[in-house]
Design a protein around this ligand. Structure first.
Ligand code: AMP
Length: 461
């Protein structure tokens, strides 16, 4: 099979790496890819993956390329091409493509759509309202004493959510988005959710239009600095599984979300073939809106405990693989990814059983100095060969490029250093051992990825 992967980040490197292991793949391209992707070889014949210089949002050129190369399956990583309708375009032209169509992409591209859908079909979420009028929005937010999340409706590069602690802050956030147009047209409408306190985790489910198969849990680290301080980022690291839900609880929580969601999709004629990635807050049972007791707040330096009885509330839906969640999921996945994505496109997921390695996986993101603000590019990266010698680690590239035979930084998030271990502690130690081998000017990374899972172990490489 000839495969084309679209995107250039750590998620796409993980997708390429895993797809390349499939005996079905004879040739693979990635548009536009990165320096790490260009080093991957196919298990079948040793051929290198070829990067092509076409942007992930350049739909007309991607279509021509896929037609010329007679691609058997295109795999879409990022949300933007999905929201732009790449799946609809390729399908109209008789090409097989994995990812959600434009209608299904609304779960991510419109928070107003998602919130209304959750309410209509009884999916557990925060108490919320949707508004285009600032006055009405302020009255609603005041009902929560201003303790709320104000969310721009559309895609805003992950920056469209403002968390407010009181009425003054909430009013300012509402004005910024609805009147000041801080996020342009993406903020013509907003969702206001009550502020929920609890433990945040990520779920993923692969779907084929009628079946949804849940992945294990993972937990993202969105803030730039240790202890969840600093600015929001695309994600500074993640790990899987989390200790915050037992396998039985995950099943219960998954059913409570996915069953009504599937019913809603059927009722609304949404043919969702891709990944549904809900962001979840675990709150004290019956406690929506009521803050959790101090016990759930951070105990010790970094560890988090949770109450015995929890409810799960969906904060948002994404409609693609998470980044860096993909890096930890795909290092744990046993199945052939080509077969899995193919079943998602064909509507035959019911016949596939997801199999996961029992090991835990931890991904530590190494970022450019200054990220998530402005940062330099072109810094030489040293130590990649040494890190590659470590048996349990895999360094996924995100913002990297090849310049005069040297791999250099080329983005905010540069590398996703990922490792498996017999348990989370072992995986964390292995990931940080690999991080220690790698150097580039200005590199920064969090030292507490996965530390919430075990208060006694605050990693200090
Ligand atoms: P979202 O993109 O909607 O997931 O929001 C981004 C981040 O804001 C989430 O990962 C949470 O950390 C936080 N957040 C969103 N909604 C809420 C809420 N209702 N209560 C508390 N925190 C929230």
């Amino acid at each position: 099979m000839k495969i084309l992967v679209i995107g250039s980040g750590g998620r796409e490197h993980a997708l390429v790496w895993k797809l390349a292991q499939s005996p079905h793949v004879t040739r693979m391209w990635c548009a536009p890819g990165n320096a790490g992707i260009a080093q991957e070889r196919l298990a079948k014949n040793g051929a290198l993956v070829e990067c092509v210089n076409i942007g992930a949002e350049d739909l007309p050129r991607l279509l021509i390329f896929a037609q010329e190369k007679k691609i058997d399956l295109t795999v879409v990583g990022p949300d933007n091409p999905l929201a732009l309708g790449i799946v609809d375009l390729f399908q109209k032209n008789g090409l097989r493509i994995w990812g959600v169509n434009q209608k299904a992409a609304q779960f991510e591209s419109s928070k107003v759509f998602s919130q209304k859908f959750m309410e209509k079909y009884g999916i557990p979420t925060a108490r919320a309202g949707t508004f285009s009028d600032a006055g009405e929005a302020k009255t609603f937010a005041a009902g929560f004493g201003g303790k709320c999340a104000v969310k721009a409706d559309g895609l805003a590069l992950g920056k469209g959510v403002l968390i407010c602690a009181g009425v003054t802050e909430a009013n300012k956030a509402i004005d910024e988005i609805l009147i000041g147009k801080a996020f342009g047209a993406a903020g013509a409408k907003i969702v206001i959710q009550e502020f929920l306190e609890g433990v945040e985790i990520s779920l993923h489910a692969i779907c084929d239009g009628k079946t949804a198969k849940l992945f294990p849990t993972s937990q993202d680290h969105k803030r730039a600095l240790d202890g969840d301080l600093g600015l929001n980022t695309g994600g500074m690291g993640t790990y899987s599984p989390t200790p915050f839900l037992s396998v039985a609880e995950l099943k219960t929580v998954g059913n409570a979300i996915l069953n009504p969601w599937l019913r809603g999709c059927a009722a609304e004629g949404i043919d969702f073939r891709g990944i549904l990635y809900p962001g979840i807050m675990l709150v004290k049972k019956g406690g929506a809106g009521s803050p959790l007791p101090a016990a759930i707040a951070q105990s010790g330096a970094h560890g988090v405990t949770r109450p015995a009885e929890i409810d799960a509330r969906v904060l948002e839906f994404n409609a693609r693989f998470g980044d860096p969640e993909t890096q930890v999921y795909l290092t744990r996945l046993e199945n052939d990814l080509v077969e899995l994505l193919d079943a998602s496109v064909s509507g035959t997921l019911g016949k596939i059983e997801l199999k996961w390695k029992p090991q835990a996986s931890v991904c530590v993101v190494m970022a450019s100095g200054g990220y998530p603000g402005s940062y330099p590019k072109g810094k030489p990266i040293h130590g990649l060969a040494e890190a590659a010698q470590l048996p349990d680690a895999k360094v996924f590239h995100a913002g990297t490029a090849l310049k005069e035979n040297q791999i250099v930084t080329n983005g905010g998030r540069v590398l996703g250093v990922t490792a498996l271990g017999k348990d989370l502690k072992a995986a964390q130690a292995a990931a940080y051992a690999a991080v220690q081998k790698i150097h580039f000017d200005g590199a920064h990374f969090r030292r507490d990825i996965a530390a919430k899972a075990f208060p006694e172990l605050f990693c200090q490489p």
